[in-house]
Design a protein around this ligand. Sequence first.
Ligand code: ADP
Ligand code: MG
Length: 678
Amino acid sequence: MLDQSVLQLSGVGERMRETLEEMGIYTIEDFLFYFPFRYDYHEVKPLTELVHNEKATIEGEVIGEPSLTFYGKKKSRLMLNLQVEHFAVKAVMFNRAFAKKQLQAGDTVTVTGKWDQHRLQITVSQFKKGKAKNQTPIQPVYSLKGNLKLPTLRKWMGKAIDEYGSYLPEILPSSYLDTYKLPHRVEALYAMHFPESRTRLKHAKRRFVYEEFLLFQLKMQILRKMKREATTGNSQNYDEEAVNHFTDQLPFELTSAQSKALQEILKDMQSHYRMNRLLQGDVGSGKTAVAAIALYATITSGKQGSLMVPTEILAEQHHQSLSELFEGKANVVLLTGSVKGKKRKEILTQIEENEADIIIGTHALIQDEVRFHDLALSIIDEQHRFGVNQRRALRDKGLNPDVLFMTATPIPRTLAITAFGDMDVSIIDQMPAGRKEVETYWIKEQMLDRVLTFIKKEVDNGHQAYVISPLIEESDTLDIQNAVDIYNQLTQYYDGDLKVGLMHGRLSAEEKEEIMKQFADNEVQVLVSTTVVEVGVNVPNATVMLIYDAERFGLSQLHQLRGRVGRGSEQSYCILLADPKGDVGKERMRIMSETSNGFELSEQDLQLRGPGDFFGRKQSGVPEFKVADMVHDYRALETARQDAKEIIDHNLLSTNEEYNELLKRLEKDPILQGQILD
Ligand code: ADP
Ligand code: MG
């Protein structure tokens, strides 16, 4: 019944069907679930309860003649004097000259609009003659197309619920409705369209939020289970004793968060299913250390491991540090775009013939010419920069390794469990002992001189500084020009007192390496750079991070940059030079100065930008919900996740009658079709 065409609704003809299709409505069920995108509350309240600058509805009597003025082209302003309670209130209506004829002194009107508390004035967006009483208190607002008008939609909706409501199955087991005190499906549906009170509407929304999240989480967990079961035969039999020994030899003891993450990873590697895990942790929390141990485990099982990073500089740094770490234990090779000619051939051969144990590189690693002998572990650093495509490319190469994604952009929990619902997540939420929090300041241009003096002082004390030039999106040339300008200015300013270096993306690999080496060796004290240094570069002696035009960067990116300092035992500083025009920009600077915890910061970033923007639209893969909002309703999301886990773990969908409707519903999903019961 419910999947019949909307033409079955009386009153809907061919023309209207087209309009409804434009709104994404094909079936009766689509129609029933076409929810209002907003509700207006037209409740008349005493004037004293109205809030300045917010929407209000008032009822009053027209005093005197309304005055009408014309201005500009076809623009008009109609002013009414209203008596409301004992007050004289002005109601201003723009471009509704026609209303003047309809109104006379003594008429009662109801107006809705923005309330100005100081001038006792309302700027009217809706008005009607007569008292407020015969108006619905809560007005649903739908997004409508073509000729479809609200009253028509409401009429049809009422009929549709009457006629077809009884065919709508309750899909949630009744125990869930009891536990969470959720209204029945039809009842909730009715309240979404015809809310009789705020309370009913609230519960109706709560119900659909939960329903949407539960279905989504069930889908994710089913997919995850399917993936795990589909891959067999890649358990890594690593040498546990050797791995323990290796870990003990490190110059530090793992934090308990690191140990826990490591155990989770090793367990995945040992098991027959393919690891698909995300390792999250703030910059400097020791993810790379954990990755190195995992790579070592792979070598002890006689297989190959790879580490893929976003930039050549990073690849080179990792290559160097891992070569040292694995000296005498493994052959670590580097493969980037800059490795060319004979050297490249040699490395490709080593990879193919299993002479290379650990392969470090950029996305050059997933090119066709690279043929691994036996790749068992693939670690991908800074996962969000690679996006979904590179992940897939690895799979398309026919490789079936355990995969570990690492990200220093702590992804808000809310997003991690949705966008990555089919992934396992390990979190390092603890810093190695002895780290000092980086002090962060937001300053304006006028104070730049003082900052430069401060940098000089730090350098005199033996420290170093990064200076990040403004980010010009979509223009490499301007980006570099900026860096060059700042480099010239600072060179002149410091006039030989200290050495300034310059780093940007157009330098050759050798030049980059040279300048990084000079900075690492403290031959260069102030390094001016574009954001190429953003990720992963490790110079513990640097204590100042100065960022020009900080408002151009997102919070996560600023946090990444800040993570370049505070890596040693000295107090470090991050200075944001910014003059943001908008509120969001100011808010970002404020958050940066007050929040040092990456997870907390990412939650706030999410609130500011919304999930779509968090990963960049293209690769977001963030699901859209009709009623639910991942940020706002994250508690419900967490509850739904737990419930879904329980349902899947106990196989309730296929064994328990109560879950039958839920199962039927899921089986309609094109991705899951026919797979759940197998
Ligand atoms: P991340 O990859 O998360 O940015 P790294 O693994 O590069 O962090 O670690 C940052 C620095 O901290 C490195 O110099 C590393 O040697 C050191 N480090 C890592 N784990 C610990 C630990 N448990 N105790 C002390 N220092 C550590
Ligand atoms: Mg790292």
